[in-house]
Ligand binder design. Structure first.
Ligand code: COA
Length: 324
């Protein structure tokens, strides 16, 4: 009995960009991208596929699965680092788009860990008021924040949105807990500046522009260790072992990070949900998209314990557990 995910949904942009397409833009090859990242294609937004539009479509599917009306929502949280406006938030746009007239709404910035942070926050609300219905969305159009001349980054990221409706259930299932962390001292390894300051008296040093900058090798090392530590810490605290876990849904950063994690935790192949080859790294959207796919393809059954883990810019990272 406790906080449960009542429904999930996801939405991907129509346009698919393959590694061969990227060969025409930067000095790279399909072979390099596939062997270093496991990514073969990614969805890239076009037309009016803004972060909030993808979010709203994902939300509608999640509400439908949950059997919850938009007007029943109390709160909408959109985890994103690629809102199409700085103000209003994507969450406010979603609120309007889906007609969630009774909800308040705001965005959460925790990069790739945003969805897990959002679910943890929703759990606190639901514990405080069992009637609460909360929509947590992870959504990105990182294609709008990429330097398309930087082959180190433009091959990695993709666009998309995933959503979950969170509420309360008297059943045996529920949110077990989380182990979330941040370390702002390492920000430089993975960051994105805001647009140039218009205040001439306040100059932001080293502003490389409002796009993603990444020290790939360093990020790789931190990502593997942080996710491993978060998972081990959480399982130890909850007195569980990996044998108690039915499915692991990790942030889909890239296949080499996921393989290292599997190796360190000695996770069998069939216990880890991976879809990075089709979507690339969709940051805050990656876990909810994977969760929705896992749910809709019956990889999660009633009674299953699902483990999530994430890592992203900040640094932010963590793990959480839900019994279905
Ligand atoms: C980005 C990443 C794939 C790069 O792989 P790597 O093995 O570390 O490669 P390096 O950065 O050391 O670069 C090796 C060479 O490949 C080149 N290279 C980089 N990107 C390339 C590309 N897209 N195509 C071809 N060559 C490329 C580099 O310029 C370098 O060439 P050099 O040896 O002549 O200098 C890898 O570091 C990684 O996965 N990091 C984690 C990224 C991530 O997941 N970030 C998000 C976390 S949420």
């Amino acid at each position: 009995m406790g906080t449960v995910i009542l429904g999930t949904g996801s939405c991907l942009p129509r346009n698919v960009v393959t590694n061969s397409d990227l060969e025409k833009i930067v000095d790279t090859t399909d072979e390099w991208i596939t062997s270093r990242t496991g990514i073969q294609s990614r969805h890239i937004a076009s037309g009016d596929e803004y972060t909030y539009k993808l979010s709203a479509r994902a939300a509608e599917k999640a509400l439908e699965m949950a059997g919850v009306g938009a007007e029943e929502l109390d709160l909408i949280v959109v985890a994103t680092i690629s809102s199409h406006m700085l103000m209003p938030s994507s969450a406010c746009f979603v609120q309007n788009e889906i007609g969630a007239t009774n909800a308040f709404a705001w965005d959460l910035n925790a990069a790739c860990s945003g969805f897990l942070y959002g679910i943890d926050l929703a759990d606190k609300y639901v514990r405080a008021d069992k009637k609460s219905k909360i929509l947590v969305i992870g959504a990105e159009t990182l294609s709008t924040r990429i330097n398309w001349e930087d082959r180190n980054t433009c091959i990695i990221f993709g666009d998309g949105a995933g959503a979950a409706v969170v509420g309360y259930s008297e059943s045996e299932s529920g949110y077990i807990g989380s182990n979330l962390s941040s370390d702002g001292s390492l920000w430089k390894l993975l960051h994105m500046h805001a647009p140039e300051s218009t205040n001439p008296n306040l100059k932001v040093p080293d502003n490389t522009g409002a796009h993603i900058v990444m020290e790939g090798r360093e990020v790789f090392k931190h990502a593997v260790k942080a996710m491993e530590d978060a998972v081990r810490g959480l399982l130890e605290r909850e007195q569980l072992t990996l044998d108690d876990i039915n499915l692991v849904i990790p942030h889909q950063a890239n296949i080499r990070i996921l393989n290292k994690l599997k190796e360190r935790l000695q996770l069998p192949e069939d216990k880890v949900f991976i879809n990075v080859s089709d979507y690339g790294n969709t940051s805050a959207a990656s876990i909810p998209i994977a969760l929705d796919e896992a749910k809709r393809s019956n990889r999660i059954s009633s009674g299953d314990t699902v483990l999530f883990c994430s890592f992203g810019g900040g640094f932010t990272w963590g793990a959480s557990l839900i019994k279905w």
